[in-house]
Design a protein around this ligand. Sequence first.
Ligand code: UDX
Length: 453
Amino acid sequence: MQLCVIGAGYVGLVTACCFAEMGNRVVCVERDPVRLARLARGDVPIYEPGLEALLRAHLASGQLSFSASMGEGVRNAAIAFIAVGTPTGEDGSADLSHVLAVADELGEALQQPCLVVDKSTVPVGTAERVGQRINRRLASRSMSFRVRIASNPEFLKEGSAVEDFMRPDRVILGCDDGQSTEQLRRLYAPFLRNHERVLCMGVRAAEFTKYAANAFLATRISFMNEMAGLCARLDVDIEDVRRGIGSDKRIGTHFIYAGCGYGGSCFPKDVRALIRSAELEGFEPGILRAVEARNALQKTLLFQSVREHFNGLLQGRIVAVWGLAFKPGTDDLREAPSLVLLDALLAAGAKVQACDPVACNGMQGRYAEALESGQLQLTESPYSATESADALVLVTEWKQFRQPDFARIRGLMRMPVIFDGRNIYDATELAGLGFLYRGIGRPLAGHCKASAA
Ligand code: UDX
């Protein structure tokens, strides 16, 4: 099939590469000239396992190409996917300016009928607006054809985006006519040997499903974080509770990990947008508000815990921070809990020695001053980050931080204190090695004489 993917961001690029991998001819339209030039050279601007190999293979095979021109992109395209960003607008709602601008451009560029599919996460009713805008322009150009529209939300996760796209849990096809459903079904057939995983519904239901999925997952996390707060006060380990409830099939083991809060490009933005949608409908989204409030609080916990440990005196303290990306497997720093911690530590006068396997490049802009003055240092090795440190804070659970040589770290640190923002360490083992250990929603373990200093 001849396809056009508009937007070479996370979702667009993965979509374009994976459709090309399945033998489609894909033109990806990208406006940013720098990004476009990098992609055309086979250079992926984000860290995503497997993506660069796909990009290079299909640039070479000619199945995939990039263009700055919408006209070129949609020439002969049977389906055009809109995969541009929907950032948070000033009032918390999804900012649709990019999506609507694409609709206008499509209305000007299309020379033949085409199915226009929204892959961006957009509020209910957006696909309809997109269709109307395109068709209005087609009418003003005296074109005799009109476009059909569909919603096909994307559920890929950063860090496993290619795998998620190639082997999806489900594909949601939101179409209001049979022809569009059939067209998309055919396109997705090679990805789904198990056809039960294709779920067909109306356009509006598909748009809502994406928000509901992300909001539900965020709710599970915030719920567990609230339970963790209570556990900490009742001398109960949230990790025991997590295992205890996760073994119930109705609850399941995923997305019930307490920690220092969720971040990334989706959960925070989508929860906010859903709250705004509810407000616009005059509906009170009490649960969603609580989910968001709990997460905002959760992101401050690590700092509160460190400050409390040092009796509010952080000036001159050296704090090692392991993990900056919002989760392992990505270089994405958007809404990352690490940023909240770093901002507070630096403002309180602490020196920070941070280590992340791939996300350090993204620190230059926001922390230029602290990097320049040396108050913030980025290290390649997790061990160098702990040199002379008064505390170690684990923020992102990268594999390389899971089983470090704690005896070596004990020797490197000035004070053996660990704040575990993801509850990945064995509290008893660390206490045995002479560390003071604080997790999220776990009883305090070990003791540290120097901590009174
Ligand atoms: C999410 C959705 O999972 C995906 O389906 C959607 O398409 C985009 O948004 P992503 O943002 O890549 O994907 O990350 P995800 O793995 O879902 O993690 C989100 C955040 O929740 C991370 O900050 C993670 O650390 C946190 N998290 C996750 C928890 O705090 N506890 C958990 O149990 C699970």
